[in-house]
Design a protein around this ligand. Structure first.
Ligand SMILES: NC(=O)c1ccc[n+]([C@@H]2O[C@H](COP(=O)([O-])OP(=O)(O)OC[C@H]3O[C@@H](n4cnc5c(N)ncnc54)[C@H](OP(=O)(O)O)[C@@H]3O)[C@@H](O)[C@H]2O)c1
Length: 262
């Protein structure tokens, strides 16, 4: 499927594998507004990898985490040396390694720290993992930076270590809370009549995670640092739980005061 804009005729085309999905569509719209013709594909729609690599100097992979490395290994060998292969995957070490191993092109890993419901790029964080070549990096910095995105560079390994807290710990906590509420046997009554505004906020987050299990569970299970953050979570829960059950409110408050942000 070819999506073109009149403004894009003097600009190079960009291919997005997975451009029929949430993030892929978001970036297709973004680049079209920037004046680029955009080719998108899904599993059974649009240009095949070789066709996309032949037509587009920039190819972006935006497919589910579990399919990413296979897709990269299909398109990588078709990429021209002077082109750019990029991905939007929420984990970076595996996909960046696969892009380096399977292609001779320039390689940049990208992780937009927002979902497709975001309306504007301004103020949103994007992690950039430059991996091979230097010709395309200024373009990447410019195309997102001039729209107000906050860009940070990291190695893929450091990115995944930090995402173990941002994503794995965060979503595990939401899943545990959701399952505990469910197993309390009180969920229906709470949702109908007993929720507070704070709990309604948490329930909205729980519903979001439970309604898109594939992405959220992959963010947990595919991160190599999950076991370490889970150990930390257990230690903290045990320590705080001990004070909560055996101590006083003053003891618990003192424990909170002692833990300055670090
Ligand atoms: N959603 C987020 O909040 C978010 C945020 C940051 C980064 N990301 C990353 O963005 C990527 C895409 O996530 P998403 O939420 O946009 O997923 P999505 O909405 O499920 O879209 C997935 C896309 O990949 C295609 N696809 C699925 N399986 C495939 C396969 N085996 N081979 C080739 N194409 C396949 C789908 O095409 P068809 O269905 O048309 O076949 C669709 O275009 C993931 O790597 C994710 O980690 C997501």
């Amino acid at each position: 499927m070819r999506r073109t804009t009149l403004r894009g005729t003097d600009n190079f085309p960009i291919g997005i594998i997975g451009g029929t999905g949430g993030m892929g569509r978001w970036f297709a719209d973004f680049f079209e507004k920037e004046g680029h013709p955009v080719l998108v594909s899904g599993r059974d729609r649009g240009a095949r990898p070789a066709e996309m690599a032949g037509a587009c100097p920039v190819v972006i992979v935006s497919v589910p985490i579990g399919a990413t490395q296979d897709v990269i290994r299909q398109v990588g060998p078709c990429m021209k040396r002077e082109s750019l292969l990029m991905d939007l995957t929420s984990l970076k070490a595996g996909p960046v390694r696969a892009m380096l191993e399977s292609s001779a092109s320039e390689v940049i890993g990208l992780h937009p720290l927002f979902g497709p419901s975001v309306l504007r790029l301004e103020g949103q964080n994007i992690v950039i993992c430059p991996a091979r070549g230097g010709k395309w990096l200024p373009w990447v910095r410019d195309v997102f930076g001039r729209k107000g995105a906050k860009l940070v560079e990291a190695t893929p390994e450091r990115h995944d270590e930090i995402m173990a807290v941002v994503q794995a710990l965060n979503h595990l906590d939401t899943i545990v809370m959701g399952l505990a509420i469910r197993q309390s046997g009180l969920e229906r009554e709470i949702r109908e009549s007993f929720s507070t505004p704070i709990l309604r906020g948490k329930l909205a987050m729980i519903d979001r995670v439970f309604s898109n299990p594939r992405l959220h569970t992959e963010l947990i299970t595919a991160n190599p640092h999950t076991a370490r953050v889970l150990r930390l979570y257990r230690e903290v829960l045990d320590r705080v739980g001990e004070v909560a059950v055996k101590g006083s409110a003053a003891d618990l408050a003192a424990a909170l005061r002692r833990s300055a942000p670090g």
